[in-house]
Write a new protein. Sequence first.
Length: 398
Amino acid sequence: MSKMNFAIALRMTTDQFKRGADAVKKGLFSIRYQALGMASALGLGGIGLKNMVSRFIDVARETTKARVALKNISGDAANYSKNLQFLTKLAGKYGQEINGMTSEFSKFSAAATSAGISLSDQHEIFSLFTRSITAFGMSSEDAKFSYMALSQMMSKGRVSSEELRRQLGERMPIAMEAMARAVGVTIQELDDLLKKGAILSKDVMLPFVREMQKMMPNVDVDNIETSLSRLSNIFTRLTEKFNIAGIYKKIIDGAASMLETLQGSFARVITTIATTLVGGKLLGAFRRLTEETKKQNEAILAEKIRTEQQVQFLTKKRVAAEKKYNDTLVLYNKASDDEKLRSYSKLTAAESALDRARQREKAGTLAMNKAAEKAAAIQTQTVWTTAWTKIEIGRAHV
């Protein structure tokens, strides 16, 4: 086998690395330049440039994710344009964060379209619901959970106590009353209908949000939460204006291209070193490294399996806690006045147990996701794995 001169191989690798690094560096300087201009325009000269660049990149990624989801559920370019214009105006009118609202509308619209609700009705439902969120001065987190409750009611096809009373009622105290008015019953009668699953979401959702509008004729859209959301929307518009997402994509593509080029170059250099050092010390070091890596990978995969099994167990516990809570709630509603106090303590205990079960399941899911990320990372063949394979082949021909 002909051997490449080590100095030549090293020079080739260095030159290719410089070319790739220069391409990435140009992209980074472009984002830094845009960030400086934005900071100057906003009067934010004292803010750290690193934090400024990081924030604009984060916003650009959030915007891209939200727009992709909206485009996928819109069906065609015309509906996508209508939805985007609608959400942009809605965010400006009620001071809601545009990216989060766009993502939540995509989930709601997907379920509503499946239920046969027209786009115009979807816009009215979502608009009046957003109006109610603004009326209660919700934080972005509470708004997210409220939108989630709306989407879940629509996707399930029927209105349930879980979404209406627990998820939405805690943040919108008028939700139960508004739903009762929309259905044309008392709250007690509404409870019975909810238990039976007799209220279809597609039939009641529009009357429901209209009743909330009647119950709150005036809405203050000038408060600290809406101001924070409008500031966030300014960042979003600036990232679009200066095409931060496009610049960042070029950086990622350039880095990927550079690493792909380096993969072959590094493999050639390492092969040259390995075949030159006949003593085999480098080969032994590589072999030990490979064995150690194999053990680490096996441990990572074992952790992934363990966390998955743990989450399955925690999910069963959460489902059992939900069943116990719902059964206790039924008994509480049926209890006489004399039994109410004792039943209420049981209901409170069941609710606390349910909350703990949900928190444990959430923590377990986070641990499982981290373990899954590590496991996914080791599935990718690295530059060094490729190099080792080539060294083994080269050694066989020496």
